[in-house]
Design a binder for this molecule. Sequence first.
Ligand SMILES: Cc1cc2nc3c(=O)[nH]c(=O)nc-3n(C[C@H](O)[C@H](O)[C@H](O)COP(=O)(O)OP(=O)(O)OC[C@H]3O[C@@H](n4cnc5c(N)ncnc54)[C@H](O)[C@@H]3O)c2cc1C
Length: 453
Amino acid sequence: MSEHKELVIVGAGLAGPLLSIYMARRGHKVSVYELRADMRKQDIPAGRSINLALAERGINALREAGALSLIEDQLIAMRGRMIHDHDGSQVLQPYGQKEGEVIYSVARGELNKRLMDLAEQKHGVEFHFDHRLHTLQPESCAMEFKRSHDDSIVRVAAERVMATDGGGSIVRRTMAAYSGYDSHEEILPHAYKELRIPAAENGKHRIDGNSLHIWPRGGFMLIALPNPGGDFTVTLFLPSEGPISFVELDGREEVSAFFQAHFPDTVALLPDLEKDFFANPAGELGTIRSYPYHYKDKILLLGDAAHAVVPFHGQGMNCAFEDCLELDRILDQCGDDWGDAFAAFSKQRKPNCDAIADMALENYLEMRDSVTDPIYLLQKKLSFKLENQYADRFIPRYSMVMFHHEIPYAEAKHRGEIQAGILRELTAGKTSLDEVDFQLAGRLISEKLECMG
Ligand SMILES: Cc1cc2nc3c(=O)[nH]c(=O)nc-3n(C[C@H](O)[C@H](O)[C@H](O)COP(=O)(O)OP(=O)(O)OC[C@H]3O[C@@H](n4cnc5c(N)ncnc54)[C@H](O)[C@@H]3O)c2cc1C
């Protein structure tokens, strides 16, 4: 016998609970099934990356769901990238130039727990933990879940299923096998490992607590995001194989020598470097592109299940949250006609999710390499100046992605390409802003960039 449910959401990571709030607010009876135990009752790791960068798209989706106020006390503003050179010198590169143009560090676990509390307590969403989706019949939405504590099988049927079961989504794999729809994964040849800078004895941050720290080293990099307790979550991004890679760092001495050679100013900040290095696994990174995101009016993929991206633009969660808000808006327009809404969601989100996937890949190069390049720095200064002078036409691409939720990702990417051409032309052979021809800048901008609505 299987239990019958109206709307099942598979996966209670970051997107699932927010989606459940949106759907319950529309009057649907929502049941969420999650493979892990309830992190509010058991101390379990929240999965990948301990903290994340939350930006305007994610904030807007939380705000619209009435969830932002719940998490505000946990947000740490990061006003820019603090670049750490080999010699230990530090330079702040602000993310934006206007009041409020900051991004926020937030703890994944705390965000996840508070969203689940809100969904359960205010919106009556039912959560079922320790339920791993094992099989799904797309036509009937009949599902089998496995429970790890006794290996039992729970059968559930639903009118429809929304899948927020992450990059390894079994729902996406089932849809691809069943209907032959397009899905492919590109694994990055680089992986990541998390480390920790503990708080100072007085409980304060040991390095600036309102920046995202980067140690760019060309082919690899280290980053650190602040936590409310005064500590930092540090992430090493490094090739998986090759002369400078995770495979080469196979002993305590190798790890210690690697950090001494490439990140000497971090050695005193990382007292548990070798212990953490071998205790924490190296995580894989990749991009998932699939299409369509739906199957008839039965199944919809959202978040990483549909379109995982590499983390270098800090947008995976933000994009997953934006998915939830977009679906809600589309349902308003379609009068809850699920077939039309799912098809519209696939069509509207695909170009935007592909665009952020591309920009996230490009940003890896920028973070680990270009941020120290004089021409990059000149172009960044120039783009802030052009934004001041031509606010209705020119906004730096990073700002469009991080601070302007009203500009879709695909438009940010398209305008960003045109702007990059303009910046290249204006800075060719130049070393300072004084040498830039601002008359030419005005002409190029009005010829090439349409006014933003
Ligand atoms: C190192 C790193 C750093 C990142 N930094 C940022 C950042 O700064 N900013 C940002 O916006 N994004 C960031 N991201 C991306 C972000 O983590 C993801 O985009 C986000 O978690 C996607 O949310 P989701 O709900 O779609 O998937 P997830 O959060 O992965 O949740 C999926 C859930 O489904 C459950 N599940 C999986 N399979 C099953 C099953 N068979 N049955 C039942 N449940 C299942 C999982 O247990 C999990 O709880 C980062 C990612 C990484 C790896």
